[in-house]
Design a protein around this ligand. Structure first.
Ligand code: CA
Length: 460
């Protein structure tokens, strides 16, 4: 009998060891990555039919995850839409309706997302995550207010710039907008898209054994149109010089995304990393030459081309692969989905406007995530339900049957006034919980000019 004891002991030990490994695996919270493109139009990813610019890595990610065919952002321009994304709340709730600056409503306003709002980075940091933001911030701090810098909004690391745009080649342009942490950089040697990716790869490697949150708001493909020869040379087939530049920038972005996804795979983190990819607003065909067709409109407008963007999510073996999800969803849903993925209960007093998408995309919930989505930017507003959408500029309002007419070709406002009235009523109810914009451009509304204290005397 005695001779069996060691075997039993070994088996027990193995079982304990298996169980222990399993527990370790279960306890490890998933990593979170948000890859945000800038001004990338709906039509400029391969999976949406782009023909002149290959985006194999974005397409591969879409195939390995879920394509949201009706994915929206909360604004038609950069800063506001980002404010909604990182807080999970409509930016009009807290006055971040316009781009940060150059004027503000009153002396005590800080130009950026107010400190009363909690970023998802802060929530994740409290849960023990290592956090980083590499790229374009545009959430405050441009006037030198350090409270609004990334390191004071839940990020351990920051490499990038605070403003709405930056030149891509620091060596020749000598713009010197880039920062590391809170400090200005004297010079960045690499093409900015590549530099952001370099930082991301290092961060993933450093955190391969620890839960991390990586927010990657690339400034590509926002203007100015700049790309090095190594990317431009792929696009001799494109005649239009500006579209050619856009193509090279888009291609560089796609390569970068490929490198990030490969690093996650190679570090064995693919099954434990929830990754979102989206654009912060639509393209501007006569600006950065990014296209939205067949969607109507462009960046700055509430037609589909301004707010309906490429949007995918991937989480290997945790959510389905290679499917589309067609009901309207919002960038507001990213925060609640992240919190659900990491097991953090959402408190009612946080007043999040988004929903956890996991039950919907897994097919556990067949209802509609959002009965209504809203937009407001000064004199412009819009709203959509599953089937209807209104777009209003000043007193001009158009009504579309968006499910039958996704390209907004036929205004039905005169034919269905009762429907328009119904939507307007819902809009007013939503709008009642918003506050006036706290900063913007119009001197009548924002009497105080913001004095920029940063980077006035940088070395040239
Ligand atoms: Ca943008």
């Amino acid at each position: 009998m005695m001779k069996y004891i060691p075997i039993v002991f070994v088996v027990l030990l193995m079982c304990y060891s298996c169980d222990s490994n399993k527990k370790t695996k279960e306890i490890r919270k998933p990593n979170i990555v948000i890859i945000l493109a800038d001004d990338l139009g709906y039509a400029d990813v391969g999976y949406n039919g782009c023909k002149d610019i290959p985006t194999p890595n974005i397409d591969a990610m879409a195939k390995e995850g879920i394509i949201f065919t009706n994915g929206y952002v909360t604004g038609a321009v950069c800063g506001p839409t980002r404010a909604g994304l990182v807080t999970g709340r409509y930016q009009q709730r807290f006055g971040s309706e316009f781009l940060p600056g150059p004027r503000k409503r009153s002396e005590n306003v800080k130009v950026g997302v107010p400190l009363t709002e909690t970023f998802v980075s802060t929530r994740l940091k409290k849960l023990g995550y290592n956090t980083a933001c590499f790229g374009k911030w545009h959430l405050g701090g441009e006037s030198g207010d350090q409270d609004l810098f990334p390191l004071n909004r839940g990020f351990d690391k920051f490499f990038g710039f605070l403003e709405g745009a930056a030149l891509y080649d620091d060596v020749n342009n000598k713009e010197r907008k880039y920062m590391r942490g809170n400090e200005e950089l004297v010079m960045e040697q690499e093409y900015y898209t590549d530099a952001i990716t370099r930082e991301a790869l290092t961060f993933i490697d450093e955190n391969k054994d620890h839960p991390f949150f990586l927010y990657l708001p690339y400034n590509a493909v926002h203007a100015p149109l700049q790309a090095p020869a190594k990317y431009l040379k792929q696009f001799d087939h494109i005649q239009h010089p500006k579209r050619k530049l856009l193509a090279a920038m888009n291609y560089a972005l796609d390569l970068s995304i490929g490198e990030v996804l490969t690093e996650i795979k190679e570090k064995g983190l693919e099954e434990n990393t929830l990754i979102f990819f989206l654009s912060d607003n639509g393209g501007k065909p006569k600006g950065n030459y990014s296209y939205n067709l067949p969607l109507r409109g462009e960046k700055g407008q509430h037609y589909e081309g301004g707010v309906h963007i490429p949007f995918t999510v991937k989480w290997k073996n945790n959510i389905p692969e290679n499917i589309t999800y067609d009901k309207p969803i919002s960038s507001l849903d990213i925060v609640p989905t992240i919190l659900a993925a990491v097991g953090e209960p959402i408190q009612e007093e946080w007043n999040l406007d988004g929903v956890n998408l996991l039950p919907y995309i897994k097919g556990d919930d067949n209802m509609t995530p959002h009965e209504t989505l809203f937009w407001r930017e000064g004199n412009k507003s819009a709203m959509r339900t599953l089937d209807w959408k209104f777009v209003k500029v000043d007193d001009k309002v158009e009504l579309f049957n968006i499910s039958n007419d996704p390209y907004e070709t036929t205004d039905l406002a005169a034919i269905h006034p009762e429907k328009l009235e119904e939507l307007m009523k819902l809009y007013d109810e939503w709008n009642a919980n918003n506050i006036p914009a706290q900063y913007g451009r119009n001197p009548k509304e924002f009497p105080i000019e913001v004095i920029r204290t940063r980077r006035t005397e940088l070395p040239r």
